[in-house]
Design a protein around this ligand. Sequence first.
Ligand SMILES: Nc1ncnc2c1ncn2[C@@H]1O[C@H](COP(=O)(O)OP(=O)(O)OP(=O)(O)O)[C@@H](O)[C@H]1O
Ligand SMILES: [Mg+2]
Length: 506
Amino acid sequence: MWDSLDRLMGFCRQKPLLSSALASRPLWIRPAQPPAVWLMPQAGQGVAVGRTRHWSVPFSWSYSALTNPHVGVVGMSGSGKSFFVKSFLTRAHAVWGTRALILDWSGEYVPWVRQAGGNVVSLGPESLNLLDLGGMSPAQRTAQVVESLRLLTELKDFPRERQWVRMGIEQAYALRRAASGGIRRTPTLNDVTAWLRIQCRKNQDGDRPAIQGAHHLLRPLTLPGADFFARPTSFSLDALLSSGLTCVDLSGLPSESLRSLAGLCLLQFVRESMRSRGPAEGRGLDLMVVLDEAWKICQEDGDPVAIVREGRKYAFGLLVASQTPSDLNPVIFSNVGSLFVFRTAFSDSLDFLQRTLRFPDGVRADIAQLPQGACAAQLQWADRARSDLFFISRVEGEGLLQWVVLEGFGMEWTLEKQAVLDGLRREGVSEQRVAHLDALLQRRNHVLDTVSWSAALEECGLSRDAIRHHLQEAGLPDEHVARTMSGLFSRRLPSGVKVAALVLAP
Ligand SMILES: Nc1ncnc2c1ncn2[C@@H]1O[C@H](COP(=O)(O)OP(=O)(O)OP(=O)(O)O)[C@@H](O)[C@H]1O
Ligand SMILES: [Mg+2]
């Protein structure tokens, strides 16, 4: 043995090495990853997310050991945020019966929620009365509506006009109550503008411009066709929070400000409902409110921040997703119990993340190059004074059930897209190539002829044998597999040269 060691030492040289260079050699360091037992709650008690990059630990998320159930998700467009959110909600519902309310800015969750049998409310066709009380007193609701308008309209720069809007709303509540003999009937913005018009006529002194200004600001919200917030609410606010999965599609509203106004108003109802139900006391995780790209309402110290501060107490969680992390309020960003960072290549966003999460340059480079569906996760443990950032190779989740149709020889074969892509991953096809195939399928509306599909697989590095096997698995009879393979072969031949397929009878 000494002899062979001597011979080995002949090949070795001593070399001075900086500790940073040593640390970059993965052999010498334990990756910054929480111990496996922390990442794997008891069976059936966590939401399966994916395997960690080091040692392939199957990571399941659970709020019970974390400081709070709130989740932040950041990453550039197409990096996999929404895919993660959908898988997360599906599994949280299966594990804890968690209900979800998605405030959907761009309508991207609608097909998925419909397919999952959830409830979709499309604002625009549907209306939301801004003066609905949602369980609050008129005074509380007045203050909220004025605050929302202050945040989202020019009202912030005009205190006198704001005062008149406030008085208008108070009067609308009072007059409606009087007109209906003490029975509370919910007024609308039409009542407010009507009262302001009367005040304008009566008031000929110095305040007239302010009253006119207040009227001018509210009138566009009451015009026919744009009166989404001035008609009576056309859906049940209680049902929003009590059905399993609800998506409020805000994409039908004509401007970012109106979408934000609706988002804020709905969050105010959520917050009120949260308080009226009282402390959680063993209720687990009742409701997850999802805000995807709701940066405008996540900036100020308003309702999302309040939900973050009080949510755990009431078993409510907030899930905020954004392409630009700095768009989120620092209170939200630094207080979420779990943060998932998908690919982020813009240096501004990376600077922000590195400054806030304090990770080394190596991790920064990793985050900038993450493949689609992979992410870094940072968890804040409730009773452990540490929060490690670790990598997840791929979020293994449920996308929309989508079908791929392969055509050829006058026949069609239908395959489930996710199963096909997962099968290719198992064959060793890289994430980048899987994403490339996914993009091809999307471009062709998920319908391809068998030869083109096989050619795409070949370009992704699959051997002829693997392609043949893949076609057989898809249900093609041997005869059509052979004809597809010869079609694939003849694509490479100069024009005019033909290939014959020889099919042997069994
Ligand atoms: N973990 C994953 N496994 C399989 N497919 C994925 C995964 N993550 C993302 N994808 C696919 O990548 C595409 C883009 O993902 P996704 O819509 O989640 O991006 P995004 O980050 O929400 O983008 P945007 O900010 O533009 O909304 C989708 O077609 C999705 O099916
Ligand atoms: Mg998205």
